[in-house]
Design a protein around this ligand. Sequence first.
Ligand SMILES: [Fe+2]
Ligand SMILES: [Fe+2]
Length: 292
Amino acid sequence: MLTLVHGSDLHFGKPFRPEAARAFKRAVDGLSPDLLVLSGDFTQRAKVREYQEAREYLQGFRGLPLVVTPGNHDVPLYRVWERLLAPLRNYREYISEQLDTVTRVSGATVVALNSTAPHRAIVNGRIRDRQLRFAARAFMGSPEGDARVVVAHHHLAPAPDYESDQVMPGFRRCLDAFTEMKVDVILGGHLHRGYIGSSLDVYPGEDRGHGIVIAHSGTTSSRRGRARERLKNTFNLVRIGVEHMEITHHMYFEDMDGFVPFSSHVFPRREMRFLRTGPLLGEPGPGRGDKP
Ligand SMILES: [Fe+2]
Ligand SMILES: [Fe+2]
C-alpha cells in the first residue's frame, strides 16, 4: 500500500495560519507517508520573505520525498516586469529549480506539471502539449501496476458548488491524454476547497469504464478557504493498493488543534471494474460474507 499526503495552498504571507501549518506537520509525522505532495501557492504574493518562510517550513519535512508544483500565487501578480521577464524566479530559487518533474518511489510514478501561465491565464492556468508529451514519456518507463499520479495546481474539475470558478481551459484535451497514459489520480489545489471524485463527473471522454480519480485539496494552512471550506483547512491522505484507492479528506479543528479524518472515498484501481470489498475496506462486500 502506497501512502501519500497531499496538501495545497499554504499561502505563506498575510493569510498564513501558523497553527494549521504546525498541525499539518504533526499530522504528516504521525501518518509517515511514503511521499508528501504540495500542489502550489506556497506564497501569497511571491515575495522573497514569504518564500524564505515557506522554504524553512519545507525543510522540516527533510527525509520525506517531496513533490511540489507552482501555483498562480507563486508568480508576482503586481510586479508586472518581473511577471513578464522572470515570473518563477523566486520559486525556482527557494522551492524547486525544476518546474516539471518526475518522482519515482516504490509503487508509484508521480509527474508534476507546472500549470501556471503568468502571461496569459494567470488565474485559470494551462497545461501545454509539450508537458503532456513529457508526462507520457515519464509514464512509459513506469513499471506495470505502479500508480500513475499527476500533480498540477490548477483544477481539471470544476468547484463542487455554485460559486463561479472556471475549470482550466483545455481540460478535455488533458483528460483525454491522461486517460491514454492510464493515469490513476490527478492531484490539484487552487480552489481552496476539497473535491474528491472522478474525471467522469466532468467529462466522460472515450472511456467511460475508466475514469481518473481527481482529488483537490483545500488550503492546508491559510485563511483563504472558500465555500464549504471557508476559514477551514484541509488536506488529503491518499492510499493506493493493488485493487483500490482510498482518499481521506482531513480537516483542521481548532478546538482539537489538529487535523482529523472528515470523509473517506474509495475507488477501484484502473484495472478493476468495481470494488471487491465493501464500502469500509477490509469488510466483506454485499453477499460475500457474514450478515451485518
Ligand atoms: Fe491558492
Ligand atoms: Fe491558486
